[in-house]
Design a protein around this ligand. Structure first.
Ligand SMILES: [Zn+2]
Length: 427
C-alpha cells in the first residue's frame, strides 16, 4: 500500500489517499490517514491529487520532427505534403528515436494512457506501424503507459488509386494495430471511405478513430456520416471516435444540435484538438479569425462524450506543444470556453470512455491512475501547470518531477514590503 499524504482534492479539500498497487485501485480517501509499518508515504504537500489524464489523440510517429521537417506555410495540406516528402521514408529505429521521448514527456506530465495514430502509405511500408507497436509493447513491459495504435492510411480509399491504401486498411490489424483510422475528409467520397473503414473494423472486431474533418468550411458532414453508419452497425458506445470535427464549430446552431443528437445517440465519442486546429486553421483569414474547434457546447448539451487531446507536438502540423494534458485542458478553458472541471473531464474521464478504459481518480474503488500536481485546487493547478508532479499508474509511482524555484534579489527586502513567506518551495 501507498499513502499520498498532505495533498488536496480537485475542490481544494485536504485529503490523504491510500492506493493498493497489487489491485491497482484506490482503497481509502480521507483526512489524515494513519500510515502503517512498511507502507510507502508520498509527500503531496502543496499538490492537488487528480485523476490522471489520458492522451486520446497523439501522432507519436511525427512528434518532435519539426527540426528536420518544418512546415513553411503552416497549413494542413502543406503539413500533409511535408510528411509525404520528408518523413514517410524513415526507418522504425528513426521513428522510435523521436517518438519515445515524447511518450516519456506525456507520462511525466501525467498521461498514463495514450492513443496514437500512425501514418501509413505505400512509400512508408509498414515501418511506422512496426515502430509504434514496439513502442506500445515497451510501454506495457515497463509499466509506464497503456498505448493504443490507430492505423492512419493514406487517401484515397475510394476510386482510382485507392487499391494500395485499401490494402493497408485490410492488413493493419493483422500487423499489430489496435484500431483503424483515416483522414476520410480528404477522400473524394468521404461517406464511402468511412463505410469502408467501418466494414473492415466490423470484420476485425476493433474500433475506429477517424479524422472526420479539419476545415473551417461549414459544408463538411463527415461526423453525420460516421454517426449514421455506427448507428446502423449497432456498435457499443465508445467503439467509434471522431477526431477534430472542426466544421461542426462553424455550422449554424440548429445544425450543430441535430448532428450532436445523432452523435450522442450513436455513442460516438468526439475528440477536440485545440492545439493543432488553432495552429493550422484560419491562416487564410486576416480578421475575425475563427477558432478551429468543434462545437463542444452543443455536443455536451446533447449528452455526447467530448474528450480533448494534444494531437501534434513540434512537427509540421504544430511547431510547439509540450505533450501535456494540462496545456490541452487550459486551451479548452480559454479557447473552447469550457469550465476548468469540464476541461479536466475532457482530458480525463471522457478520454477514458473514448479509449475504453475504466474510471480513475481519488475515489474509493476507482483505478489508481493519479496525478499529483502543484496547486490548491483544480483551477489553480490548470493555471500554473507546474512541472512538479508525481504520477501513479495502477497505484504504482511511474514518474516524478521536482522543480525548485528561487528568487535572487539584489538587496534584502525592506521590512514590511513583502510577506515573510516562501511560496516558491515545493516538495
Ligand atoms: Zn490527428
Amino acid at each position: 500500500m501507498t499513502v499520498l499524504a498532505g495533498g488536496r482534492l480537485a475542490d481544494g479539500t485536504p485529503a490523504d489517499v491510500r492506493v493498493d498497487a497489487s489491485t491497482g485501485v484506490v482503497v481509502e480517501v480521507g483526512p489524515s490517514l494513519v500510515s502503517t509499518a512498511g507502507e510507502e508515504v508520498v509527500d503531496c504537500t502543496g499538490l492537488v491529487v487528480l485523476d490522471a489524464p489520458v492522451e486520446p489523440h497523439a501522432h507519436l510517429d511525427k512528434a518532435g520532427t519539426w527540426p528536420v521537417a518544418p512546415n513553411p506555410t503552416a497549413d494542413l495540406m502543406s503539413a500533409v505534403r511535408t510528411w509525404a516528402t520528408e518523413l514517410s521514408h524513415r526507418s522504425a529505429d528513426q521513428i522510435l528515436e523521436t517518438a519515445w521521448p515524447v511518450l516519456e514527456d506525456l507520462v511525466l506530465h501525467g498521461a498514463v494512457a495514450v492513443r496514437t495514430h500512425v501514418n501509413l502509405s505505400v512509400a512508408s511500408g509498414w515501418a511506422p506501424l512496426e515502430a509504434l507497436v514496439a513502442l506500445r509493447d515497451e510501454a506495457a513491459r515497463t509499466g509506464l503507459a497503456d498505448v493504443q495504435v490507430v492505423a492512419l492510411p493514406s487517401m484515397p480509399l475510394t476510386g482510382d488509386g485507392s487499391a494500395d491504401n485499401r490494402r493497408v486498411v485490410e492488413e493493419a490489424i493483422g500487423r499489430g494495430a489496435d484500431l483503424l483510422g483515416g483522414a476520410v475528409h480528404i477522400d473524394p467520397d468521404p461517406d464511402a471511405a468511412t463505410a469502408f473503414v467501418l466494414a473492415v473494423a466490423e470484420r476485425e472486431g476493433v474500433g475506429v478513430d477517424l479524422h472526420t474533418d479539419e476545415t473551417l468550411e461549414p459544408d463538411a458532414v463527415g461526423l453525420v456520416h460516421l454517426a449514421r453508419r455506427v448507428a446502423e452497425l449497432g456498435w457499443r458506445p465508445g467503439r467509434a471516435t471522431a477526431s477534430h470535427c472542426v466544421s461542426l464549430g462553424v455550422q449554424p446552431a440548429g445544425q450543430q444540435a441535430e448532428t450532436a443528437a445523432l452523435v450522442a445517440a450513436a455513442g460516438v465519442s468526439v475528440v477536440a484538438l485545440p492545439q493543432t486546429n488553432l495552429y493550422l486553421q484560419g491562416r487564410e483569414r486576416s480578421s475575425a479569425v475563427p477558432r478551429g474547434l468543434t462545437a463542444t457546447r452543443a455536443l455536451l448539451a446533447a449528452g455526447a462524450n467530448v474528450a480533448a487531446g494534444g494531437d501534434n507536438v513540434r512537427d509540421a502540423f504544430n511547431a510547439v506543444g509540450r505533450a501535456d494534458p494540462l496545456e490541452t485542458a487550459a486551451l479548452m478553458v480559454m479557447a473552447g470556453h469550457l469550465t476548468p472541471a469540464e476541461a479536466w473531464h475532457a482530458v480525463g474521464a471522457a478520454g477514458r470512455v473514448a479509449m475504453a478504459l475504466p474510471p480513475a481518480g481519488p475515489v474509493v474503488g476507482a483505478r489508481a491512475d493519479l496525478l499529483c500536481v502543484e496547486g490548491d485546487d483544480l483551477t489553480s493547478a490548470l493555471a500554473r501547470a507546474g512541472e512538479t508532479r508525481t504520477v501513479l499508474r495502477g497505484g504504482r509511482v511511474v514518474a516524478r518531477s521536482v522543480v525548485r524555484r528561487s528568487l535572487l534579489p539584489d538587496t534584502p527586502a525592506e521590512p514590511g514590503t513583502r510577506p515573510a513567506t516562501d511560496p516558491q518551495e515545493h516538495p
